[in-house]
Design a binder for this molecule. Structure first.
Ligand code: F6P
Length: 322
């Protein structure tokens, strides 16, 4: 392996920069040339390749976002786009590629593998934590800490006004951000798409809880409620008119900010291991960390949808949230 390229793709996540840094510095250590590709698959198509060295990744371990920029490419899904990307990788003499991204990134790499034999190794970069083959994805820990910090603040004002808050958090169709941040912030209820929302039970729970506690926080994952979070709050207001209700959608603040130490260390381990995996001849696999050990999961398994998440955590949550 003489020359490797690295890129970030899909939604950015805190820790991607730490991962890029680890890839570049591991390549330098092994005397492998390394290029960065800007704007994900779009940059591969448009020939946005840049040379990188140990210095080009100085001072980035603590920064959120991605210095390589990112995109969700629709052109890469076409045969023409993939042909252009292949031609550019060959033009630059790339012998292995490290893709940092989520399920869309790895689905793209799988498809690309049918026409290009250059090996790809992936690092799981997404705040959603919705990939099989790793306990934690890059950015998830930072995102849930951001949510907990925000909900702690919302709790102060909710408490002061005796209010009920519905807080919508990210995760696309996965409820892992909601579940963990909801437990961490002591939410009274967590609504996720993996566990069907029982509206009647929710109403009963909020009604009964009114006697013991003045403030209430309900964490709702994107697509976790029935309809939008606003529709849900209006439905609840009709049933429980005595509640003073507010809605807060946390949005993209969950994707930014300095990565936590956990994210920096995990991202560094994954970037480092991705280079060594390519050197060892591995391809079309995602690097993950399971039980604190590096694991390799074929792309086709990594992107499978999680239908059920942590029944043990869900049960505990219901016991603790009175
Ligand atoms: O996949 C990461 C994520 O932040 C999801 O949680 C969210 O649904 C989506 O990306 C938002 O994407 P965009 O930034 O393109 O609006």
């Amino acid at each position: 392996m003489k020359k490797i390229a690295v890129f970030t793709s899909g939604g950015d996540s805190p820790g991607m920069n730490a991962c890029i840094r680890a890839v570049v510095r591991t390549c330098v250590f092994h005397k492998i040339e390394v290029m960065g590709i800007l704007h994900g698959y779009d940059g591969m198509i448009r020939d946005e390749f840049i040379s990188m060295n140990a210095k080009s990744v100085s001072g980035i371990i603590q920064r959120g976002g991605t210095i390589l920029k990112t995109a969700r490419s629709s052109e890469f899904l076409t045969q023409e786009g993939m042909q252009k990307a292949k031609a550019n990788l060959e033009k630059h003499g790339i012998e292995g590629v490290i893709a940092i991204g989520g399920d869309g990134t790895f689905k793209g790499a799988l498809e690309f593998g049918t026409l290009c034999s250059i090996p790809f190794v992936g690092c799981p970069g997404t705040i959603d934590n919705d990939l099989i083959g790793t306990d934690f994805t890059i950015g998830y820990d930072t995102a849930i800490n951001t949510v907990v910090e925000a909900v702690d603040k919302i709790r102060d004002t909710a408490e002061s006004h005796d209010r009920l808050f519905f807080v919508e958090v990210m995760g696309r169709d996965a409820g892992l951000i909601a579940l963990r941040s909801g437990i961490g912030s002591g939410a009274e209820a967590i609504l996720i798409s993996e566990a069907k929302t029982d509206f009647e039970k929710l109403i009963q729970h909020l009604k009964e809880g009114r006697k013991d506690k003045s403030s209430k926080i309900v964490i709702v994952s994107e697509q976790g409620g029935t309809g939008s979070v606003l529709q849900l709050s209006e439905k609840v207001k009709k049933e429980l008119p005595f509640y003073d209700i507010r809605v807060s959608v946390l949005g993209h603040i969950q994707r930014g900010g300095n990565p936590t130490c956990m994210d920096r260390v995990n991202s560094s381990r994954m970037g480092f291991s991705a280079v060594e995996a390519l050197m060892a001849g591995k391809k079309q696999v995602m690097i993950g960390i399971i039980n604190n050990k590096i694991a390799y999961t074929p792309f086709e398994n990594a992107v499978k949808h999680l239908d059920e998440i942590h029944p043990d955590l869900q049960r505990m949550m219901r016991v603790l949230a009175v």
